[in-house]
Design a protein. Structure first.
Length: 316
């Protein structure tokens, strides 16, 4: 299963042949049979007409490397299922649930951090910003929608991000840029070249601000290797106190990030459930790539890590 994950990554980065729709579904069925076997599988199907939230919790590094997000079942089409969500639960020493914030009675504050750095593939920041503003602007219309503010830190450096987080509390922190398993890229002070903000420093900066959700629209922020005994950036953030983190376990294009996060925001700001919102984002990616001969691998790239009992971040 890990070898299959490596093949998927190769098809995204080296222009190798992508798996067909049938091949990706066959892999998803294997994942399903691995997690749900025997009487457990029978129980699952007995309950499958209802909405099912599946959470996987493991401390085994090899099991973490498996791309479980591609799980499907023989009775459904390829791709994510509308009524079956999937998340990774991070074991934490302090398992207290965080009370969900009311969408209708409170202001939802979003901080968007953009870091387009030299030496890395250009991120169309303006287009991405306009897309987010359009989504959030649409949510501000009507009588029963959440009241939202969105503030932007462009060309982000360590200092500008820290200053923004210290000025006011945010419910959602959304980073758009480049990442790697051990940190994210920000601009160096007074320059456009990127410098890595290590995972521990980034986690401390974010956890002190106490957001309900962190979205890392950057490659490899959910990628785990054998040399990472403590896990991914996303896992580290959850352990430090962030209820939920959305990151990426493989390289992903900016256009896919826009489609995914657009659907995620729309769902989250309506229903408040992060498991459901991530699933809506995955479904949106599949719809955007309908009709292609090769499989839409992108839908399984985003990964949701969260604390136990923290799927409902906001209440309608």
């Amino acid at each position: 299963m890990i070898d299959k994950r490596d093949q998927l990554e190769k098809s995204l980065t080296d222009d190798a042949d992508r798996p067909t729709v049938a091949e990706l579904k066959a892999f998803g069925v294997v994942l399903g049979k691995t997690l749900f076997s025997g009487s457990v599988n029978e129980l699952f199907y007995a309950a499958s007409r209802r909405h099912i939230q599946i959470t996987l919790c493991t401390s085994d590094t090899r099991l973490k490397q498996v791309p479980w997000e591609y799980i499907v079942w023989p009775d459904v089409n390829e791709g994510p299922h509308a009524r079956r969500t999937f998340a990774r639960s991070v074991p934490v020493s302090n398992g207290e649930e965080r009370k969900a914030k009311s969408i209708s009675n409170s202001l939802i504050a979003v901080l968007v951090i953009g870091a387009d750095v030299l030496g890395r593939e250009r991120i169309p920041w303006n287009e991405t910003k306009e897309n987010l503003e359009r989504i959030i602007g649409a949510r501000m219309q009507g009588l029963s929608t959440a009241r939202i503010t969105m503030e932007l830190v462009e060309g982000a450096t360590r200092k500008t991000v820290r200053d923004a987080l210290e000025q006011k509390p945010y419910d959602i922190v959304h980073f758009i840029g480049h990442g790697r398993p051990d940190g994210i890229f920000l601009r160096g002070e007074g320059q456009q070249r990127g410098v890595v903000l290590p995972t521990d420093a980034f986690s401390k900066m974010i956890s002190d601000a106490e957001p309900a959700l962190v979205i890392l629209s950057a490659c490899d922020t959910a990628l785990i290797k054998d040399v990472q005994p403590l896990g991914t950036i996303a896992e580290t953030l959850v352990r430090s106190g962030v209820p939920a983190v959305v990151a990426n376990q493989l390289p992903i294009s900016v256009s896919s990030i826009a489609d995914f996060t657009g659907a995620l925001y729309r769902s989250l700001l309506t229903d408040g459930n992060i498991d459901v919102a991530v699933n809506k984002g995955r479904i949106a990616l599949v719809k955007e790539m309908e009709g292609l001969r090769s499989a839409p691998i992108e839908w399984g790239i985003p990964v949701l890590y969260r604390r136990p009992g923290c799927s409902q971040l906001f209440t309608p």
